[in-house]
Design a protein around this ligand. Structure first.
Ligand SMILES: Nc1ncnc2c1ncn2[C@@H]1O[C@H](COP(=O)(O)OP(=O)(O)O)[C@@H](O)[C@H]1O
Ligand SMILES: [Mg+2]
Length: 382
């Protein structure tokens, strides 16, 4: 929650509330779960079971409740259990002051999210209520893949913590879609229409550029701290913000690229092309880093994201770790869990194929852990 500081309406402070955690979850016809309830505790929670048993699906359900969408699926209908016609996810989120129930129900054509039985008019109004950080195996895309993954990282962090950003982002995306649709269909160049759209895009573009630039400057020290702690060394790594907007305003850019846009039939320049360049020893990480170094880099990004969100959101985020500990040796696991134990976040929900590996380390760290055994769409506490 943002509250004005008395005497200076231009400055806002984040009103802090105690860390919120998920205490229970009920899945109905969601992926491989016909009907199943789960209970979680503060601290570490480990979902363990064989491949394909349904561990990641539980994390994705929590992702749905916090952010209104799947971390993995491009379409909600793919999450409906095969042969059924809707899915429902309900979860209880609690802290010393609050006890809220979130329910998300989807059937083709309707998606509805309710907080304490009151439906949201727009899904975006919910973003930021429950902070979430998720690390999944496909996140290597952040380093090796296209710029889309890196913009998503920025968008997800800023959207959760800044309503103004979310507003400008949706406006920019909507206008960009209109512009691209027009570029695709138009046979003759109605420059007046394009110009009108371009002018509308200028304000959200300016705001997005400034907010992203400020965010990256603020984020880098968080990242550096975690990278150096985890790697334990003095490797030189860096993050650079790349944007067409560094040297030109959007109107200028769009005007210069108009001929090209009409030819390629999409908008070739703008904030939707922003990127992050990850460097190691001044060279792109993507080409020169080892798998282990990339993993360290990724984990540092997410730990920094969770620390950053804890500072700028009312309550620290819930952390979801999907198969993060796969292929890591015991020393690294201990180091990572130890670092997580010291984050402001109060709840970590993680998956692994067995109970042993993480259980042993958590015992040594003296951290409580709640274990849930998952088997073929069924769960039992152990
Ligand atoms: N829409 C769906 N309907 C039924 N089962 C599904 C659906 N989507 C995924 N599954 C099943 O979920 C299982 C995978 O679950 P997942 O959570 O990824 O497993 P784990 O993380 O434990 O390896 C697979 O058996 C897959 O077939
Ligand atoms: Mg999985």
């Amino acid at each position: 929650m943002l509250v004005p500081i008395p005497g200076n309406l231009a400055i806002f402070a984040v009103l802090k509330t105690p860390a919120i955690h998920i205490s229970s979850l009920i899945l109905t016809q969601f992926k491989n779960y016909a009907y199943q309830s789960f209970s979680f505790e503060e601290g570490f929670n480990l979902l363990y079971g064989n491949n394909g048993s349904g561990k990641t699906n539980v994390l994705d359900a929590i992702h749905y409740l916090a952010l209104g969408k799947s971390h993995f699926l491009p379409q909600d209908k793919l999450a409906i259990q095969h042969g059924k016609d809707f899915f429902r996810i309900s979860g209880r989120f609690v802290n010393e002051q609050e006890n809220m129930e979130l329910v998300l129900k989807f059937q083709p054509g309707t998606k509805r999210l309710e907080k304490d039985e009151k439906p949201y008019v727009r899904m975006v109004d919910h973003i930021g209520t429950i902070g979430l950080v998720m690390i999944a195996p496909d996140d290597l895309e952040l380093i090796d893949g296209l710029s889309l993954a890196r913009r998503k990282f920025i968008d997800l962090t800023l959207s959760q913590s800044n309503k103004i950003y979310l507003h400008h982002l949706s406006t920019y995306k909507r206008l960009l879609e209109q512009r691209n649709a027009w570029l695709k269909l138009s046979s003759a160049a109605d420059v007046a229409y394009l110009q009108a759209l371009d002018e509308k895009m200028e304000e959200p573009s300016k705001a997005l550029y400034q907010l992203r630039k400020n965010f990256i400057a603020e984020f880098i020290p968080y990242f550096d701290k975690y990278y150096h702690t985890i790697s334990g060394g003095h490797e030189s790594v860096g993050i650079q913000f790349q944007s067409d907007l560094h040297d030109h305003g959007l109107l200028d850019l769009l005007e210069k690229s108009r001929t090209q846009d009409l030819y390629t039939r999409f908008t070739t320049k703008g904030n939707h092309k922003d990127d992050l360049l990850f460097l190691k020893d001044q060279e792109p990480m993507k080409y020169i880093a080892s798998q282990g170094q990339k993993k360290t880099f990724l984990v540092s990004l997410f730990l920094a994201q969770s620390d950053y969100l804890s500072n700028v959101m009312p309550s620290p985020p819930i952390i979801l770790l999907d198969d993060l500990f796969d292929k890591l040796d015991e020393t690294r696991i201990r180091h990572l869990l130890h670092t997580m134990n010291h984050l402001p976040s109060k709840q970590v929900i993680m998956t692994d194929t067995g109970k042993q590996r993480l259980g042993t380390v958590l015992q040594q760290l003296d951290s409580p852990c709640h274990f849930l055994a998952v088997r073929d769409g069924q769960v039992s506490p152990t």
